[in-house]
Write a protein that binds this ligand. Structure first.
Ligand SMILES: Cc1cc2nc3c(=O)[nH]c(=O)nc-3n(C[C@H](O)[C@H](O)[C@H](O)COP(=O)(O)OP(=O)(O)OC[C@H]3O[C@@H](n4cnc5c(N)ncnc54)[C@H](O)[C@@H]3O)c2cc1C
Length: 408
């Protein structure tokens, strides 16, 4: 039976998209390849722009129950432990942007979105349903899955992540960009940390060719720790050579991480030593979007990492997926009568692509700044010392998402 919208992928972006459309009363089929719902055990920072979206969906109360709300972002030198800069978050973020800055476990955000979607009668969720191909005509879209199930709709939104099948159908085969950066990530209970490390702040340690970020989640009961170093999966890091670059969960050894980090200050090492186990992620992205055609064409749209995967150095990948979803939902809510999906998706794409491209560009640039060596590193430290919060704050970003183009 034909539905109005098909959503491919049930990660944070896909669930957010289904929720935004479900709230607009749209009949949605969401197709997720995994056999069971779940998210990997790692954290996410949610800037005020992302929290604004969740608040608009009435989910701020639920977020408050599972997130942490750090007082500040503290940037430090990984070798000397010196403070390089501080951005006040907490009450300042709320006063400045009308929404707090949150840190949350990915599984908690995924679960709260899933619960909200399950409450929408017009959304049908399908697990174990892997999209194999799609086709679109002037009147409809059709998705064929690997289990040979077929779904038809007025529009298809590809939310199937970095390695998106929908993207390949829409834009052709384009290899992902290998960054040469690896993310080691782990979780540690606050109770297992020395008291001086149990701080309600986002701490970012910068060193040559590396950085480490840690912050509280689950109301401060746990800390998420991510260390990014340069290297190649299977070559001195994690699994055997030729390890699956699509996996977010390679087993990793603390000794490999320590070797890659080299000398680090005692406080940083104490935090890393407290983490009981590490997983490894190869960080890949794509070049910044070049135009609206990369976000939607005709009856097919792309959302989140499927459209604009980015390096996690602005902590905005999930946030942009939430903003994309919110924009589609808003546009649909404002459509009356027979919905012109190609027109709606065109407005969606034109609203979103430049902001997404800017975030992609800034994220990659942050990586170079964070990992700077030599004179660039000295210049960065001097700039942070003199410009302080101005350098770390992002008003253009945190005041989003922008209103949809052409909305009433
Ligand atoms: C180390 C690291 C730290 C990060 N930190 C932050 C942060 O602090 N803040 C932030 O906002 N972002 C952060 N991000 C980015 C964020 O994780 C991603 O941008 C976000 O998860 C993208 O969500 P998505 O739903 O678009 O894609 P995904 O999370 O990749 O979800 C895609 C979904 O589609 C499914 N799927 C794939 N193919 C198919 C198919 N063919 N058929 C059906 N289903 C399919 C997958 O199983 C999955 O459920 C970070 C990323 C990394 C790597």
């Amino acid at each position: 039976m034909k539905r109005e919208v098909l959503v491919a992928g049930g990660g944070i972006g896909g669930l957010a998209c289904a929720l935004a459309l479900g709230r607009a009363g749209v009949a949605v089929d969401l197709l997720e390849q995994a056999n069971a719902w779940g998210e990997v055990g790692a954290g996410l920072q949610l800037g005020p722009n992302a929290v604004r979206v969740l608040d608009d969906w009435g989910l701020l109360g639920t977020l408050r129950e599972c997130a942490a709300f750090p007082d500040d972002l503290h940037v430090r030198d990984a070798h000397s432990a010196a403070t390089l800069g501080t951005l006040r978050l907490g009450e300042r973020a709320t006063a400045r942007y009308g929404q707090p800055y949150a840190t949350v476990h990915r599984a908690d955000l995924h679960a709260l979105l899933l619960r909200a979607v399950q409450a929408e009668a017009s959304v049908r969720l399908h697990t174990g349903t892997r999209v194999a191909s799609c086709e679109a005509t002037a009147e409809w879209v059709r998705v064929t899955c690997e289990n040979e199930d077929r779904f038809e709709g007025d529009a298809l939104i590809g939310c199937d992540g970095l390695w998106s099948r929908v993207r390949t159908q829409l834009l052709g085969t384009q290899p992902v960009r290998v960054s040469g950066h690896l993310a080691y990530r782990g979780m540690v209970r606050s109770a297992d940390l020395p008291p001086h490390l149990r701080q309600n702040r986002v701490t970012a340690w910068l060193g040559p060719r590396l950085h480490v970020v840690h912050y509280p989640v689950r109301g401060g009961a746990w800390f998420n720790v991510v260390a990014v170093v340069h290297g190649v999966l299977g070559q001195g890091h994690g699994g055997p050579p030729g390890s699956d670059p699509q996996s977010w969960s390679h087993e990793a050894q603390a000794a490999d991480l320590r070797r890659a980090l080299g000398p680090a200050c005692a406080e940083l090492m104490a935090m890393l030593d407290a983490v009981p186990g590490w997983k490894l992620w190869a960080l890949n992205d794509r070049a910044p979007m070049q135009g609206a055609h990369e976000q939607a064409q005709g009856r097919i749209g792309l959302l989140g990492d499927a459209a604009h995967p980015l390096r996690p150095y602005l902590a905005q990948g999930a946030a942009m997926a939430l903003e994309d979803a919110w924009t589609i939902g808003r546009l649909r809510q404002q459509s009356t009568g027979v919905v012109d999906w190609p027109g709606l998706l065109d407005r969606y794409a034109r609203t979103r692509w430049q902001r997404n491209a800017r975030v992609q560009t800034r994220s990659a640039r942050n990586g170079s700044i964070f990992h700077a060596t030599g004179a660039v590193r000295l210049g960065r430290n001097m700039a942070m010392a003199s410009l302080g919060e101005h350098l770390l704050d992002n008003p253009w970003l945190y005041s989003g998402p922008p209103a949809p183009l052409g909305a009433a």
